[in-house]
Design a protein. Structure first.
Length: 254
């Protein structure tokens, strides 16, 4: 059941992932931070361009005109490409979203790709109308998932970020020292959330369901790592070890 403030997604492993929807306050904070960064970057581009243009003017020719044209192009790219580029290369986040601890994901919970990042930010020009995100604010207020028009077109949603900092280990027993070395470089944030959800709910599951789910999730991850993890409780020890490794990884502390 999906509530107004949460996005609930059923995974193939029959575990429901919950993503808290980012509301207007969090999104405004993110945009405010990103806008401040854009203003600072624009100031330095203009300042450097001005000094460069003045220096070239001393030599005559078309140097200053070319510098002015480059400044205009850079300003345009800074305005239009800032959000899309960061969301493409930073897994759905910009510096402002990172500061506000929110992230853009697809409606099905998967990370966004290049297409979604470009589309949702291209529509940002419409969301801005008639000024100060007028259309976007109306859309966010009217949407159950706090979506602006760009999110509707791209099939995305902004959710609160959940990192592993401060999360309890969920370990029921001492971690299995006989497990092979675990490399979590291929583990995605979605899979981390899936493991967290299972480990936090396993005590409420029927034994057959618990062992089956542990096996399915462990097999999915083990195949990525080229490992063989068989039999309960070894599968759960493996999942606990993966979470512990992820907690120590900088990839999940942003």
């Amino acid at each position: 059941m999906e509530s107004l403030d949460k996005l609930t997604i059923d995974t193939p492993e029959q575990t429901a992932l919950e993503y808290p929807i980012a509301g207007l306050g969090s999104r405004f904070l993110a945009v405010l931070a990103d806008t401040a960064i854009q203003v600072v970057l624009a100031f330095f581009v203009f300042l450097i361009g001005t000094f460069l243009g003045m220096g070239l003017a001393a030599f005559g020719g078309l140097g200053p005109q070319w510098v002015f044209a480059i400044i205009v192009i850079l300003m345009f790219l800074l305005e239009t490409g800032y959000f899309a580029l960061f969301e493409i290369f930073w897994n759905g986040q910009t510096p402002g979203k990172h500061y506000a601890q929110v992230r853009v994901i697809k409606d099905d919970g998967r990370p966004i790709g290049t297409y979604e990042a470009i589309v949702r930010n291209a529509v940002r020009l419409i969301d801005w109308l008639p000024g100060m995100y007028g259309v976007g604010l109306i859309s966010i207020f009217a949407s159950r998932k706090s979506k602006r028009l760009g999110d509707f077109v791209a099939g995305t949603v902004v959710v609160h970020e959940k990192t592993l900092e401060g999360v309890r280990p969920y370990a029921e027993t001492k971690l299995d020292d006989t497990l092979p070395p675990i490399d979590v470089s291929k583990v995605e944030l979605e899979e981390v959330r899936l493991i967290e959800t299972f480990l936090s709910r396993r005590d409420s599951l029927e034994p057959p369901v618990r062992t089956t789910m542990a096996s399915q999730i462990a097999t999915r991850l083990a195949n990525k790592m080229d490992l063989q993890i068989r039999g309960w409780p070894r599968t759960e020890h493996f999942l606990e070890a993966v979470i512990e490794q992820c907690r120590q990884s900088d990839r999940f502390r942003r």
